[in-house]
Design a protein around this ligand. Structure first.
Ligand code: PMV
Length: 371
């Protein structure tokens, strides 16, 4: 239930911002959103400036791997920098809290309501915390949704198409890939000449994709659930001086030129070839960074080998992709599920730590969970 507060306590009375606020919005000071993770088919790797990607990227929005976040805002006794109280699964989480504090203070100029506010943020993931799954896309997009929802309430604005575009931009400032979690089933981030309206600042939904991709299945094999030894953020930084930087940027553009038509016509073979080339390129770039590092494990390679062998033997459309970690995403269309599920159970699940997997699929994007 939304908390009521006296807005005069929240901001100095002479604030022009306060004066402009709509009376109707004054009691809507909390918001809760569920936002999904996404899996990149063309990977974002390397950034510059304020979270601007070196290359365009395209992802499938997931369904079951999501974060739920609620934000309640109450006034500080003396208005000043925003304060954050963060709980993850009901417990303090100092590491993530620190990141959120940095993010919130960065958004102060964008979201005036934050000044003079205590934010109570409660968050939880639908997937196990120790699954080794990057949760920054779902977590940062859920948080950005809540924050802009509250700002809109203060401003007396109702949610419109512009809302999600704005959230995408704010989410990007928290984590690049988070900007692609706002729409399903497929999002593009970065300017690509064949997609009108595509932008370096925000992700946009790809409207006219073939239905086979709207029901794409993604079984995530948890090969290792430990903490990564090199974060994505450090990996992006290493791309600045990477010997193959220019070639990588050109390759991502080329891949999108081929992938977009394939996703419109339902060409699974081309989709799979690009998904796998991108996954292996991402890890090749890590292995050839200076200093170099390897995030794949022996079972990552064994899963890849088995997936390719099974595909060759049975002529089934079954592909893999990888994030910046050892876990393997097995991608296949719903129409092949009967046969692929048995293969996953018998040949791939034994490669997972404690037989852990997340059975996911393409999804439709975030939902507000507090009515
Ligand atoms: O959003 P970040 O900074 O965690 O970077 C994500 C990078 C990859 O997951 C490896 C690729 C991508 O496009 O999601």
């Amino acid at each position: 239930m939304a908390k009521r507060l006296d807005l005069n306590q929240l901001l100095p009375a002479e604030s022009p911002y306060l004066a402009a606020m709509s009376a109707a919005a004054k009691d809507k000071l909390s918001a809760a959103w569920r936002s999904p993770s996404n899996i990149a088919i063309v990977k974002y790797w390397g950034k510059h400036g304020e979270q601007m990607a070196d290359n365009p990227s395209l992802s499938i929005t997931l369904s079951e791997a999501y974060t739920e976040t609620s934000v309640t805002c109450r006034p500080q006794s003396t208005p000043g920098d925003p304060e954050v109280q963060f709980l993850f699964d009901g417990q303090p989480q100092p590491h993530f809290e620190k990141r959120i504090i940095g993010y919130v203070s960065r958004l102060r100029s964008e979201l005036p309501f934050l000044t003079g506010c205590v934010l109570e943020i409660a968050s939880g993931n639908a997937f196990p915390h120790s699954a080794g799954i990057a949760s920054s896309a779902s977590a940062m997009s859920a948080l950005a949704l809540c924050l802009l929802e509250i700002q809109y309430a203060f401003d007396g604005r109702t949610r419109d198409a512009h809302f999600f575009r704005e959230v995408s931009r704010l989410a990007r400032l928290g984590s690049g890939s988070a900007c692609r979690s706002l729409y399903g089933p497929v999002c593009l981030w970065g300017e690509v000449s064949s997609v009108p309206g595509s932008s370096a600042e925000i992700a946009v939904p790809i409207q006219d994709i073939h239905p086979v991709f709207a029901t794409m299945q993604d079984c995530i094999l948890i090969i290792d659930d430990g903490q990564k030894e090199v974060s994505s953020s450090a990996g992006h930084t290493l791309m600045r001086e990477h010997l193959f930087r220019d070639a990588r940027i050109a390759q991502a553009h080329r891949h999108l030129d081929v992938l977009l038509p394939a996703m419109r016509t339902g060409d699974l073979e081309t989709f799979g070839a690009i998904a796998e080339a991108e996954a292996l390129t991402l890890h090749a770039l890590m292995m050839t960074s200076d200093p170099s590092y390897v995030l794949m494990r022996a079972n990552t390679l064994e899963a890849i080998r088995r997936i390719r062998a099974f595909r060759g033997e049975h002529a089934l459309p079954l592909y893999f992709t990888l994030d910046a970690g050892p876990n393997v995403h097995v991608l296949y269309p719903l129409s092949s599920a009967d046969r692929v599920v048995l293969f996953i159970r018998d040949a791939l699940r034994p490669l997972c730590v404690d037989r852990k997997m997340i059975v996911d699929r393409a999804g439709t994007g975030p939902v507000r969970v507090d009515g």
